[in-house]
Each structure stands twice: as C-alpha cells, then as structure tokens.
Design a protein. Structure first.
Lengths: 496, 112, 496, 496, 112, 112
C-alpha cells in the first residue's frame, strides 16, 4: 500500500513523455500583399506603415485577420451594432455589479455572525451559504420569469408563474436589442444581476431570527421567500405590474429601498413575532439584558463589505454604464452612508453617553438603505439629508424594538424595514413628479405583503414541524445542537 | 475558615451568585473549567467524521467563608445549582489556615 | 398586545388585495413598416431581417425606439459625442476605482485592529468608521473645492477656501468636456474618486496613535486633517498650485507617495511625538517590550485588502481607461508589492533569525507606497527595484523608530512616511525629465507641512482637552473606558 | 532629545512658507474663433452652441484641445483604431479580472487559516503572502515567456525556456493588434492576468500540506512549482503546445479546471504522500480523530472571497469584454457554485446526519472548480448538472482520502484535484466537438505531471534538508517553532 | 478524602485521563493554567524585537478521591504524565473535609 | 507545606512574579479567573442598553512552599500586589499533605 504511489508516479511520467512529441503544425495558404489589400480591410498606407515597423507579410496578414474577426463580431450584433461599444461597457458593468452584489452576502454573513454569540456562529454561516445558493438556483428555475413576466400574467399585473430560464442569449438576448439604453445588457447579464438581488431579502431575515430558529424550518422559510414571495412582489414594480401603473403616478423605488430592503425587513418582523425573543434577553420584572455579539471586528468587516457591495447594488441599478447617472449614484450612495454613520454615532453618543460601534455600523446601513430608493433622483444634499435622518431613526428604532420585546439581534428590522420606508416615502416630498400617495401605496404593498407572507409561512411551519429550537438546544447553542460543530474549537480550550 | 469549591453548570452561575448574595456572601472567585464525570460528553462532527468531546464546560466557584456559615453556604449553592439532571456537579470543602486581604493586610475572618 | 400583529396582518393582506387590480394599460398609436423606415433609423434590409427573425411590427418599432433613445443619449453629449464610448468606459473605471479605494478603509480597519490589542479593538474600528464617513462628508462640504481651486486661490497657489460642491453634472460636468483624456470622468466621478483618497491620510494616523489617544481629541484631529490640511496640501500639486509650477520642473507624484502617504505618515509622526509611547512598551532600564497585535489573521486580511484596493488607488489615478497606462500601472504596482514582501521577509529573516509575518505584511505595504509616485513612470524592472529597496527600508525603519522610542503600533510612519519619501525622491534618479530638486522640495513640503500641522493641532488639543487617555483608562483598554463595549465579549468568558 | 521635533517643526514651517510664493503662470497665445474653426475640429454650429452655453473663447479652445488630444490618442493605435473602444473596455476588464484573481489569494489565505489550528495560523498566512509574491516576481522573470513561448520552444511543443519580460507595451503590445478579439488586452494586461493565475496552483498545495511542512522546504517547493512546473505545463495547452494540437482534437479547458486546479490538486497529493498525515490524526487501532479548523468564520470568509474572485478567474478568461460570453460565464459560474453548495449540504446531511458547514464550503469550491473548464461551453442547465455532481463528489472524496490516510486539512485534493478532473472530462460527454479522448489525455497530462513533479521535488527536499518539521515542533505549533510568533497572543491569556 | 491537584503538560491530558479511567476514577475537573518553573519559557519575536514568554501552558487536573486510593491515583498520574523532561509538573495532595454531590445531596466518599 | 493561593489584579502579575523570584521561589501556577467582591463591576453598553458586568478579571497565583517560608512569601505577594485600592484581592493559605515532582518522583519539600 505504502508504495502504490510510486507506480502511479512512474506511469504518469511515462505517459507524459509519450504524449509530448510535437505534432506537426499545419500551415495556411500563404497571404500576399495584394491578397491582403484586396480584402479592403487594409489600405496601402497602412500596409506600408506595418512594413516600416518591421512586420512580415504573415504578421500583417494576422493583423488583417484580427480586423476581420472584429468586424464579424460587431456585425453579429446586426441592426444593433450602432451601440456596440456602449453595450459592451454597460454589460461589463452589469456583471461587475452582480459580483459586487454577490459580495454583499459575505457582508451579511460576517455582520450577522459578528453580532450574535459564538455558540451560534456556524449556524449563521451555514444559513448564509444556503441562502445565496438556493437564491441563485431557484431564481434560474422559476424566479426570473416570475419577476419579469413580460406580460405573461396569471393574475393580471399581480402574479405570473415562473418557468426555468431558457437560453437567454438567444434572439435579441445577446444584443443591445434586449433592453436598449435602459437595460443595456445581455439576457444573462439581466439574469445574474437580478439573481444576486433576489437572495438579499432572505438574508435580511436571517440575522433577525438568528440564535433560535430551527434550521430546517428556516431553510424552507427561505425557500418560499426567495423562490416565490420576492419575485411575485417584485413583479408589481420592476415587472411592470400594478405599482408601475398606479393612477396616482408610477411608484418610484430606484434600487429597492422597499422592493428589497423593506420587503426583507418586514418579512423579518413577521418571523420574529412568531418566533419570540431569545432566551435570557428579557428577565423577570421587565428588565432587559443585552446579548452582545461575539466578534465586533467581524461585524465591522461585514458593514464595510456591504457598503462596498452597495456600489454595485445601487450603481448596477442604473442598468447601463450611463456616466452621468453612475457618478451621481455613487456619490449619493457614499454620502448617505457616511452621513448615516455620523448621525448614528452622534445620536447614540448623546443618548447613551457612550459612542457605540454597533450603532455606528447600523447608521452606515441605515444610510445605505435610505438612499437606495432615490440614489439617482436626489443630489448630494438630498443624500446628506436622507442619510442624516436615517442615522437618527435607526438608533431610536433599535431601542424601540428592544423595548417592545421584538428581539432582533442584528437590527435588521430597523435598518432594512424602517429605513427602507423612510427612503421610499420621503421621495414623495423631495422629488418633483414622484407622488406621495404612490410611494405610500408601494411601500405598504411591499412591506405588508412581506409581513403577511412571513407570518403565514412561520405559522404553518410552527404547526407542522416547529419553528424554534428547544430551550436546551438554544442554551447549548445551535452550532452544537444543529450542526455538531464549533466555530472556534481551539480557542481557550484544553482539549477538543 | 473553609474554602468551598463548587463545580457547577455554567448557566447556573447567575443563580448561584444571587443565592450567595442573599445570605450575605460578598466575595467569590470563578474559573472556567472542563469537567469529566458521569455525564457523558457529546459527539461532534467535522468533515464527515464523528468524534466525542469528553470534557464538558463547567464553572468552578471558589468561596472562602468563616467556619460558622459553611453549611449555610453549601446549602445555598446546592439549592441554586441543582437541576436534578446528571452533571450538576460537586462541592468540596477544604480547610484553610489563613486568609489575608491584600489591600489592608487584614487577616482571618475579617479578610474575606 | 400579544396579538396586535394579527390585526396588522389582516389589514395588510386586505390592503394588498385591494391594490392589486390591474389598471388598464394605455396603447400607443400603432407603428407601421412605412412609418418606421420613414424615421431613417432603420433600412429596408434591416427591417426585413427583423421580420425574418419573426419580430412583429410592434417589436421592430421597439427596436427602432431603442436606437432613437441611444442616439439621443449620445447627442446629449453634444460636441463631445466623438469620445462618447471612451468616456463611458473611463467613467466606469473611475467609479470602480473609487469603490476599490473605499475598500482600502476596510483594509486599514482590519490591519490596525489586528496589530493592536484586543482591549482596544472597538476603539480602532470606531475610529476607522468615523474617518471614512467624516472624510466623505467634509470633502463634499469644503474639501473638493479647496483641493482643486481651479484658479480660485485666497493665497495664490497655496490656499483656496473650499465651498460645498454644487451639481457637478451641470454644464460640461457630465461630458467628456469636463476633463478630456487626462480626466475622462464626470464631475461626480471626479468628486467620489478624490473623496475616497482624502480620508486615507487620516486613516494612516489612526494606526500609529492607537491604544492611547483620547477618542474625542482624535475625532477633532482627524476632522482638521481631512477637512483642511489634506486638501490644502493637495492643492499645491494636484490643484495646480506651486508644486506644479516649480522653476526646477513640476514635482512628480503620480498617485501620491508623498501627497497622500508621506503626508499621512508624517502627520502620524507628529501626533506620536506629542502622544508618547504606550504604557508598558519601554521598561525601566531602557529595555523594550514588544506589544504584539492580538489578531494576525485579521491584520493579514487587512494587507490583502489594501493591496487589492491599491489597484484602484494607482490604477484609478490614470484618470481614464487609457489601456497602455492601465496595464503598466497594474503591473508595476503588483511587482513592487510582491518584491517588497520578499525583501522584507528575507531582511527580517536574516536580521532576526525568524521569518516575521508582520514584517512581510509591512513589506507589501512598503512596496505599494513606494511605487505609488511612479507607477506609470517606471517599467517592471524599476518597480522591482523600488519594491526591493522599500522592503528592506521598512524593516530597518520600524526597528529604528522602536529604538528611539517613537512607538507606532502598526508601523505607519515607516510604511507610509519613510517609503513614501523613498518612492517620490528616487524618481528624480530613475526617470528622465523628473528633477531631483523638485522631488525633494515636494516631498519636504508635504511631509513637513503634515508634521507641523499635526504637532500644532496635537499641542492645542493637549492644552484644551487632553490628547491622551489616563493611565487607568489605558490599562483597562479604550474599549471599556471610552466605549463601554468589548470586541469579543464571548471568548473565554464565564459570563457577560 | 525630547525637544528635537520642535526644531524640525519650525524649520519645516519656514520652508513651506518659503516655497509657497506663486510663480507666474505663462499664458499661451490667445486663440480666436477663426483659428479654432480653422482647425477643422469644431464646426460653426458647435462653436455657436458653446457660446450659447456661455463659454468664453478660451474655454472653447480648451474643449477643442480635448478633441485634438483624443484624436491623437485614438490615432496612436494606428491601423487598430477601428477597435479602439472595444479594446479599451476589454483591457479594463482584464485588469479588473486580474485584481479579482489576486483577491482569491486572500480567499485561500483565510480558508486555509480557518481550517487549520490556531497554533499554525501565522505559518499558513506567511506561506500565502510568500506564494503570491514569489509567483508574481518569478512570472515576470521567467514564467510568462515560458508559459507562452510563441513558438520559441526548446523541446518542441513541450518546453520553452523563459526569459524576463521586456517592455510589453512596445510594438503592437499596447494595441488591439496584440491579440485581437480573442485576447483584447495590452501586453501588460496579458502578463498581469496570467501572473495572478500562476500563483494559484502553488496556493492550492499550501493548504493540503499545512501544519507539518517545514517552512524553508515549502518555500523552495513553491518556487519550483510556480516558476517552472506550472508554466511548462501551461505551455502545452495555453501556450499552443501539444495539447492544443492533439490529433483527436484540441484539449478544451476554458479557464483551467485541469491546467490550474487539477495541476494544483495533484501537486498537493504528491506532496502529502511524501509528507504523511499530521500527528494525532490517526490513532492506534486504525481510529481517526478529526482535527477541526480553529476559525470557521474565517474559513467562510475565504470561500465567499474565492467565489467572488472566481468571477474574475472565469470571466477574465473570456480574454475580452465580449458581452455574450461574459454573461454566460458569470451565470454558469454562479449556478454551478450554488448547486455545488446545495448538493454538498444535502449529501453530508443525509450521509452524516448533520449539516456540516465545512462540507457546504467545499461544495461551493467543488462547483467552482468543476465549471471552470466549461464555463463558456455549457449553458445554465449544464452548469447545474456539473455543480450538482461536483458537490456530491467532493463529500465522498474528502471522506475517502481521510479513510486512506491521505491527510489534507482543507480538502484541496478533493476540491481542486478530483473536481478538476470531473469538470474537464465531463465536457467530452456534454459538448459537441470536444473529444473525450483529448479531455482524458489533457487531464492526465496536467495531473500526472504535477503529481510526478511534486513527488520528485518533495523527495529531493526530504533528502537534502528535510520536508517535515520535527514532532516536537509540530506539537508546539509551527507559529512558535518556525516564526516565534503567535496568531492571537491576547486571547484568553494572563500575560504575553 | 483528598484533592489531588496535578499540573501537567497539556498534550499529556488524554493519557492521564485514560490512566485514571483504567483505575476506575470517573470524575475530574480540568483547568487551563500557565506555569512558571524550572522549565524556561521561550523567546518570541514581534516586529524585530525579541521577548521572553515566561509562562508556559499547562493543564491542572483536580481529582477528589477517597483516602484509600490516593497513592494509586498519584502513581497513575505520575506514570501517565512523565516524559522525563523538565517541566513535567507537580502533584499536590490536599486534605478535604467534605464532598457533596449537588444533584443528590449525597455526602462523603459516595459523592465523588 | 502550604499552598498559597493569591487572587490579584492582572496587571500586578509581573511584579508579583518578580517579587517571588527575589525571595527564591522558582515555581508557581497561574490561572485566569473572574472575581466578585466589594469592588463593583463596571457598566457596559450594547446597542442602546446598559448592563452591569459583575465579574472582574483577576489572576489567581498558586504557589506551594515549605512551611518555613510561608510568611515570607505571603509578605512578598502582599507587597507586590498592593495598590491600596479596593479589589486588590486575597491570599488564602491551605495546608497540603504531599507534593510530588512528576519527572523524578521526588516527594516533599524537595519536589517544589
Ligand atoms: N472525583 C472528582 N474530582 C473532581 N471533580 C469531579 C469529580 N467527579 C466529578 N467532578 C466534576 O463534577 C462534574 C459533574 O460530575 P458528574 O459525575 O458528571 O455528575 P454528577 O455530579 O451529577 O454525578 C464533572 O464534570 C467534574 O467537573
Ligand atoms: N512551587 C510551585 N507551586 C505551584 N506550582 C508549581 C511550583 N513549582 C512548579 N509548579 C508548576 O509545575 C510546573 C512544572 O514545574 P518545573 O519546575 O518547570 O518542572 P519540574 O516539575 O519538571 O521540575 C510549572 O510550570 C508550574 O506550573
Ligand atoms: N470570600 C471570598 N472567597 C473567594 N474569593 C474572594 C472572596 N472575597 C473576595 N474574593 C476575591 O478577591 C477579589 C477582590 O475582592 P474585593 O472584595 O473586591 O476587594 P478587596 O480584597 O480589596 O476587599 C474578588 O474579585 C474575588 O476574586
């Protein structure tokens, strides 16, 4: 046994040597100066210039070949070749933005892990890996075509049944004809960017229900949320459903303060209400005992990564590389986040006498959620204002929910739910042509629907299989009880 | 004076502390320990292989008290720490010869 | 109370259903084959091709509509439409680079946290969240227009008072006319990229003064540095001030070895001198006791993230997507960082008999700081040389500062200050047309100014409100004394 | 001594003031309306439009200057200016992708650190910093020209000796002529993207041999692997060597399932066989005791970062910004990773009764490695299938290697080696025009060669200087024995 | 009853535990400690400066046993923990007055 | 022989160690503990809510010495550990019956 690898070694070596001999490379018919110029792809002058640079005829032929290849590629876009380069840049931005939104899931994973206790860290991480994975797969299977029914409604403007995605590059899917200036990407670009969005809503819930939810129930809860509820609600607005056609004027939510964050925050609220607070948080006699997160550097990593990813979340929602919007959206996003942080720092410092890092982090996120609805619709001063208020709101909101015994370990309800409402509704007051009434209707539709769906699924799961772990499992920690694993088996340990 | 060395379940610490406060005990020293006993360890899994963790997290509470309140103290700990399930722990009573308060150099019962 | 949510639930559900009915979608006037071809936007052949692909007239009309929209967008750039696509790519790169430079703040936050003690981790993180936030906000309020006075000087070529940014997309701000090839971005692109730079200088200081500086004093110190000192100094060089007009030839500092890093490093030196070393570092009898950082994986994360972000820092400083420069800058940046790491590893291994990870990390950073001034001016071999020397310098420099009792927990003075000087001055010897004299003048101006400003603010703060925490607070750790929070409340803890 | 800084302070201040005086700015010859229109760069109408916007003649002249500059830049690309904008976007994507692949080294560093014990964390981090650094430097010195011999073979189609890179922007290196549609980047772009790839193979080994390999031997091992073995093998396929010319049809491996990951995985296998398992893993009586990694949040960070970076690894391998391929590659990459995670989660849950986070993480990586060979050749359903099988395989493979006492702390052999084979070979069955025979030959060539080289170097190193640390050093941990440093000196410690 | 307090090298814990099991000892309490003794500490390096770490990681095993098996227990620990190299550690035997099992209120030898 | 068990403030450990070295004590065992006593805990804050941390970090130093140097040792510890502020800690002296050096099987005073 011990020496079996020697045999493999010798055999592989022999094989590699056997395979090595060079195979004769076939030569193409030799090109000439005339044949090249005859193609019309190179002028006499250009040819001469190449010769001056010392290129041989073969090498010049290669260069002409490149031009032919390029022409073919552009012509492949047919009627749409007029916008070829703009389309290429925009598509590049779309997939980069998709990658950035993907990275937000690292942000959520580390933020949530850092803000909860050590004994539940593996559980939080596992849920986050699951969410992004199931999100992408179900979005391909049904979500995408449910989110964007393209007129294919079951209940008109409210619900379209999704089918698996087909070859999205087929037909116009790979050209500028797919969506033009307003959606300058290929079909796959559209899919992947939206797929990364889809899982976000579920991730938001994950933090709020952490440290006590039963893993299997959570997985099913997530599945329903991400595969059905999110695309259905999304179709009302981005899928050109009823919110895009309100008589009071179309609902406006640029990148999803309500459609994504409000949705996630209120789904979290619904789940938390059914779940109840963590054991040990509320003591007898109405006293409350905070349960500090176990790793604040990890939580801070999470917030920086989320901020970074948000440039893709908001910036990518321009849906092309249109430079004026891109610059504005990056600027408003950064300013609102920064101002949210400063406002939350100052508010918590004045209110609580100590500068609280967790409030600063939530201030960043509040500012980001707040600006998401109007990142392209307000200027830097609007962003400053939205961030400022969001940073103040988030502090009071977190304290409020703690008071009324709605236990949310990471502050997701306040950050995503409350600041999501703020950012959406305020646009009715700040931006001309955006109707306050439409904003309120849209916000209520998203938040209300998410809340109802969450409560209903949670109640069903509770009845069928239990929604919460047993007190013993909660005491022991979900890492050991659900996973039989520890997050840091080495730290301060005598023995495994 | 006696040193009362109790090994208890970690989540009972708060209750034990309160029980001791109630009978007027103002000082104690707590150590995180691992216990091995009748209570079996648990099984963990890592990359497909199971293994047993024999040592369970426990908390050791050390309290020095004058001789006359030893039994009251022991009773308080027993009452607060008991769950009735295996692994509740032990109390050991150890004689001590002298106690000194570093701050004041006080000795004897007054030092604790 | 317990059931209030059921009411909300029912009401929301009812509302959602009420809102759902589909509103009739209005139809546009039907287009025809003739009307479309009549627009001149589609040829007969193209029309036929679409028909062959099975598109209906309505669908073809949509495609023509896209073309019209695109044309309008390009024409919106007026005279500058000739460079539309190049401008779009360049602007995309600018905002991406801004996001990368933003991420460097995560790098600094984790590096600094990892290199200091556990009991000060929250404090370090808090400062880093504050710095980037105040940096962005003040840069919008006064920094940007102070940094680039556009001839609007108070003291000619030395100092221009900043005003809040206005609508930067106005006028030519959203077109290629804003800056052309040399600054191919919109006004907001310019702002956001420079804003991310601004906070860097202050962040550099943060690490050097960690574990003993008073939080409130540090916040004020940072505010002055980032809002006033950095843009003033920056205006001398990038704002076309006196350093751009030296009689010996313009000072050359591509992305800021001196203008950003030297500035930050010497501001750190000034602050550290007033502050004094951490308690416990220097024992009686002249002995020194190192104070190891508490989390070297975290510090390593920081350095990798900084290296990653540096591609945006240097690459974005091309200020367009000009492909030749971009490739060169990425290459020199990577080679110098890599060589810096190898050099520091070898130096510390030979010198100290052990391969020290913290020295390797500082070698990476030294190489990055070193190449920053000339990333577009030297080739790969120049980069190799600059990185090599930087990696050696940084090791000796750190040991030197430790010896002379200038206590810098993260090595910021050596990495940013000393390697910043190295990278700037050496260009005078390596690159034709760069004057040694100008390089020395520029370096001294930035480093000297930063040092003076830092010392002056520090002395004022010391007199007014104290610059350092009390020995008791330092002993207890700033997390508990300043924030009342712990970074890892769970680890090895019996009870909260 | 104490006051020396005051002198510096005063002197610097004085110097700064001395340098400050404004130098007179020289004026250019004043332009006129006629002179500008005379350049042919601006029409009368355009001039008038500018005047309407309130621009002065000087300002209009500036705008015309920008146009001239732009024209010059485009014309600088000579014959290739037809593809200027596409080339610019593609090059931007190449360097961005290089940065993303660079970031994968952060992913590897944190994954490997998290999956090993605390006492070896510094060692793992040090190795990772070394690998990327030596990788970049040696790739510049010999690797690049060995990897792409451009016909300059020593042994035809098998081995070309590398030389240091010259000025890669010279000649056609900075234009579209360098590589055309199929390689739309500058020479430096090509270099930096490939350089980031090169170090990956060695990094893969690093995790498998962790916790017991001698540092100095590992550094030499890595050096040989990255500087010689990887580019030689790579030349067979990407360097147009014999694998590109098989009589059965060219071997197909899009981004390197075999050429990078299989190579790395089998090099790891070779090294591990010579090294033997970690002390304490296999107990007497054939029992096995798992050695859990010390920081699973860190490991999870690693996997998310790797997934993020993989968008650059696969997406960048399009070698241009061709939008159809880009969208497809991002989509297949994401779907395969997601499906790999789900499959591994379910497999380990059913098999082991517990949902194991480390298996979920390896499932993500298995899916990513699997799709790497065919990311542009299969559609979303192919990706789903490849990921699904990879996620199942990886679980069984890890358990298998553990059983046969091949101790691989991070699962690198299974993830990179086994899933690399899977992803490469399966293409022969899934994609028309890809020959099963060629796929098998290519896979065997890469994996076999890597294995043989690894075994040979390992045996030589073992004979010359020892390949493994002593049992005492292993027991103490490599951090203390090799580096004299601890990763977390503060945690749960009474005193340093 | 006696409290047998042993300070041993950490990697010997497993062997000591098995040796004790073999002689029928079913309970013990383990603490992670730092030891200072004849065995010198080691030198670490940080950013170019060396410094000595005086305290070495050790494990303290506390076992309460009836008087009659004290010497057997001590021998078992000595045998299992010995490497013969400096720093192997110490065993201290301390008299204890009373032992109580919290779960059952049992006292004396039956409690351990 | 006696076991001298001192609970001190963590930052005093270095000084205590040096004081003990000076009087020729070559061995000790140190444990990180949490203390509860007259010294009040501190208030922490988390996400807007204050809470009290009752347990303060302390260090327990255990030293076994022959009977004749007990008082000298106690004095050395008291002197080195005293700050005069509340919370300086306690010293408890506990009789021990036997000490064994694992490496050599030495017993009694020679073992420590
Ligand atoms: N002989 C002993 N000596 C020291 N500690 C013991 C002894 N027996 C038990 N312990 C401690 O008491 C804890 C509880 O003991 P165990 O036997 O599990 O349950 P119970 O006390 O309910 O019978 C153990 O985990 C261990 O820490
Ligand atoms: N006098 C003592 N009191 C308490 N613990 C001691 C004493 N002497 C040694 N120890 C503990 O025993 C450990 C081993 O002692 P050491 O003198 O290094 O080796 P050895 O026991 O082989 O002579 C020390 O690290 C310390 O934890
Ligand atoms: N009765 C006791 N038993 C055991 N440990 C005690 C006792 N009283 C105090 N301690 C320990 O001594 C430490 C200091 O005691 P404290 O009462 O706060 O101050 P002081 O010793 O100055 O009066 C406590 O934190 C605790 O660890």
């Amino acid at each position: 046994m011990k020496y079996w690898y020697k045999i493999v070694l010798i055999m592989s070596g022999a094989l590699a040597l056997t395979l090595a001999p060079a195979f004769a490379q076939e030569e193409d018919e030799a090109p000439t100066r005339e044949s090249l110029i005859g193609t019309g792809l190179i002028t006499e002058d250009e040819f001469a210039a190449f010769e001056d640079d010392g290129l041989s005829v073969e090498e010049i032929a290669d260069q002409v070949g490149l031009k032919a290849e390029y022409m073919e590629m552009v012509e492949g876009h047919g009627f749409h070749s007029y916008a070829f380069d703009f389309f290429v840049v925009s598509m590049l931005w779309t997939v980069m933005a998709a990658a950035l939104v993907f990275l937000m899931h690292l942000g959520f994973a580390t933020l949530e892990t850092g803000m909860t206790r050590q004994k539940n860290a593996v559980n939080v991480l596992f849920k986050n890996v699951f969410i992004i994975s199931i999100g992408i797969v179900t979005y391909a299977l049904i979500g995408f075509n449910m989110h964007y029914p393209e007129g294919d409604w079951i209940i008109s403007n409210v619900f379209g049944l999704g089918s698996p995605i087909a070859d999205l590059n087929a037909g116009l899917g790979g050209t500028f004809g797919y969506g033009g200036v307003g959606l300058a990407m290929t079909g796959y670009g559209d899919f992947i960017f939206q797929a990364m969005f889809a899982a976000t809503a579920a991730t938001i819930v994950s933090g709020a229900v952490a440290e006590r939810i039963k893993l299997s129930s959570f997985l099913i809860f997530t599945l329903v949320l991400v595969a059905l509820a999110y695309p259905i609600a999304g179709s009302w607005h981005w899928g050109e459903g009823f919110l895009a056609q309100l008589p009071t004027g179309a609902f406006y939510d640029f990148a999803g303060s309500s459609a994504v964050h409000g949705f996630g925050g209120f789904a979290a609220l619904g789940a938390v209400l059914i779940l109840g607070p963590r054991a040990g948080k509320y003591l007898s006699g109405g006293r409350m005992r905070p349960i500090p997160g176990h790793n604040l550097p990890l939580a801070t990593i999470g917030v920086f990564v989320l901020w970074f990813g948000w440039f893709g979340f908001n910036g990518g929602s321009v849906l092309s590389a249109e430079p004026q919007d891109l610059g504005l959206v990056f600027t408003t996003t950064a300013i609102s986040a920064a101002m949210g942080a400063l406002a939350a720092m100052m508010t918590s410092w004045m209110l609580l006498k100590k500068p609280d890092i967790t409030m600063a982090l939530n201030g960043v996120l509040g500012g980001l959620v707040g600006i998401t609805a109007g990142a392209d619709a307000v200027g830097p001063w609007g962003a400053l204002f939205i961030g400022l208020v969001a940073g103040v709101i988030v502090v009071f909101s977190i304290i409020f929910f703690d008071k009324v015994k709605i236990d949310d370990p990471v502050g997701a309800i306040s950050v995503h739910g409350i600041c999501g409402i703020w950012g959406t509704v305020v646009l009715g007051f700040m931006v001309e042509d955006i109707s306050i009434v439409s904003q309120v209707i849209g916000t209520v539709a998203f938040c209300g629907f998410a809340f109802v769906v969450a409560v209903v699924i949670a109640l069903i799961l509770k009845a069928l299989m239990g929604f919460r772990v047993s007190p013993e499992e909660e005491e022991e920690g979900l890492d050991l009880s659900e996973h039989g694993e520890e997050a840091y088996p080495d730290f301060g340990k005598v023995t495994g | 004076m006696k040193l009362i060395k109790s090994i208890i379940k970690p989540f009972k610490l708060e209750e034990v502390k309160e029980a001791l406060s109630e009978i007027g005990i103002e000082g104690m020293t707590v150590t995180e320990v691992k216990g091995f006993g009748r209570q079996k360890g648990h099984t963990e899994i890592y990359r497909g292989s199971e293994y047993t963790v024999d040592f369970l997290p426990k908390v050791m509470v050390e309290i020095v008290v004058p001789d006359d309140i030893v039994s009251k103290t022991v009773e308080a700990v027993v009452k607060a720490a008991k769950t009735g399930k295996i692994g509740d722990g032990k109390i050991f009573v150890i004689p001590i010869e002298e106690a000194i308060r570093i701050r004041t150099d006080e000795r004897g019962d007054g030092a604790v």
